[in-house]
Design a protein around this ligand. Structure first.
Ligand SMILES: [Zn+2]
Ligand SMILES: [Zn+2]
Length: 451
């Protein structure tokens, strides 16, 4: 709290929530650090999910596991679910950044997006909300929800899971929507590590589709008989160049980002490469721009194959919808101010700049299209998200304040007949139903072989 602000007077339950979370400070931080040093990648977060599930079982909560491979839901106040059902969401997955100092050697994963702080916040909130006197004041269900695969990497692995029938969509929340795991939830609160001390509300983000481009050529002796080969790497190089030449056709306002990597470049240096694989995301700020950029991407990659006489197969999968900007919710904002003033340090609470736009993407945007989502960020990090130097340097802010904001927001939304939660739900206008969302997502699925 800033020096010149009037402190908010806490009611008995709010004080109890603060006291409980402070009393369990070490336990929450230990949980966070354990997840931080055992990072796992999307749809492979088995240890992380089990740890979250066991924590919820130890609190005496009924759980559902293995939702979209690794998702876990724990239920508090099941008897009040018909009034309002509020989910507190934490993401399970990490990034592959093997050089990070806390990278998990088994998975090469590192929590450089800080998702472990979300989980620490959710379990910390669960400790407070399961207290019988606190729970009694909640006039609604709280779902403690650990969700898989927010980072959209390893596209070929995800496509393999799809082929095996284990998932249909690459994004964890997208898949959870599809299988109905959001059907018993009315509104959600999500958190992310951010640049400011504490911010409430969200800016808009790009959406995207994913593509795997597979060039097939013909192997031959690279020095002795290259004339007998068809060089798939040359085709891929031309495709990448053709893609780069599309840039001037993208409008600034559409925030188009296309960023391919080569995941397979050849087999042996003295053999003409007969198979080259490229993965890319095609991102933009709106659905039309995504479709336009996706068509240009296909055209560019096909052109490389055409020039060389190779074959080019493009597999397209739906990614995420563009995330919407959202004003700070008053209850979450007050919860943030209380969490700040109850901390030893002077953390600044601000409303997120809703006019800003991020070129990144999140599947939180998909949930936003079917039900209301309230968002907040806490700081406590150094360096940028997804960077090798990312680290948490303020446990209090990243973990403890996060837990307090989750718990206090849930209480403030659900007290007094869940009046404030109902207000949010009544004022929300869905863009998709679950069914129309699935239709939209499925419209992107395609596999083409040209030449
Ligand atoms: Zn991330
Ligand atoms: Zn993230």
């Amino acid at each position: 709290m800033a020096q010149n602000e009037t402190p908010i007077i806490l009611d008995e339950t709010e004080q109890k929530i603060i006291n409980i979370i402070d009393a369990h400070r070490d336990q929450i931080i230990d949980f966070a650090k354990d997840i931080y040093t055992h990072a796992e990648l999307g749809y492979k977060e088995f240890r992380t999910a089990e740890k979250f599930a066991n924590f919820m079982k130890d609190l005496g909560l009924p759980i559902k596991e293995h939702l979209a491979v690794t998702g876990v839901k724990a239920y508090l106040n099941e008897e009040k679910k018909d009034n309002v059902s509020l989910a507190l969401i934490g993401e399970l997955d990490a990034l592959r950044i093997p050089e990070h100092k806390y990278a998990n050697p088994e998975t090469q994963g590192a929590h450089c997006c800080g998702h472990h702080a979300q989980l620490a916040g959710v379990i910390g909130a669960a400790i407070a909300l399961t207290n019988p006197e606190v729970k009694e004041k909640l006039d609604g269900q709280v779902v403690l929800f650990a969700v898989p695969a927010e980072e959209y990497g390893e596209i070929e692995f995800k496509n393999k899971l799809t082929a095996e029938g284990k998932i249909k969509y690459g994004g964890g929340k997208c898949e959870l929507i599809r299988i109905g795991a959001f059907d018993d939830i009315d509104l959600d609160i999500v958190h992310h590590i951010g640049d400011k001390d504490i911010s409430v509300g969200s800016n808009s983000n790009n959406g995207f589709v994913s593509k795997v481009i597979r060039y097939k050529g013909v192997a031959a002796h690279a020095a002795g008989a290259p004339h007998l080969g068809v060089n798939a790497l040359n085709a891929a190089s031309l495709g990448l160049s053709a893609l780069a030449y599309q840039r001037e056709t993208f409008r600034d306002n559409d925030h188009v980002r296309i960023h391919p990597i080569i995941t397979k470049g050849g087999n042996l240096v003295n053999v003409v490469p007969d198979e080259v694989v490229i993965e890319t995301l095609v991102r933009a700020a709106n659905k039309d721009a995504i479709a336009d950029a996706a068509a240009k991407t296909d055209r560019a990659f096909r052109s490389g194959a055409y020039a060389i006489g190779a074959q080019c197969q493009i597999t397209t999968m739906p990614g995420y919808l563009p995330a919407l900007s959202a004003e700070a919710n008053e209850e979450v904002l007050t919860a943030a101010q209380i969490a700040s003033q109850s901390s030893k340090k002077d953390y600044e609470v601000v409303k997120q700049d809703t006019t800003a736009h991020s070129g990144g993407s999140t599947d939180v945007g998909d949930v936003q299209h079917i039900q209301p989502v309230l968002t907040f960020n806490t700081g406590g990090k150094v360096s940028g998200l997804h960077s090798v130097d990312f680290d948490i340097v303020d446990d209090e802010l990243a973990y403890i304040v996060t837990a307090k904001i989750f718990a206090l927001s849930a209480y403030r939304l659900l007290k007094n007949g869940a009046a404030k939660a109902k207000e949010v739900i009544e004022n929300y206008h869905p863009i998709f139903t679950k069914d129309t969302y699935i239709q939209y997502m499925d419209s992107f699925i395609s596999e083409s072989t040209d030449l």
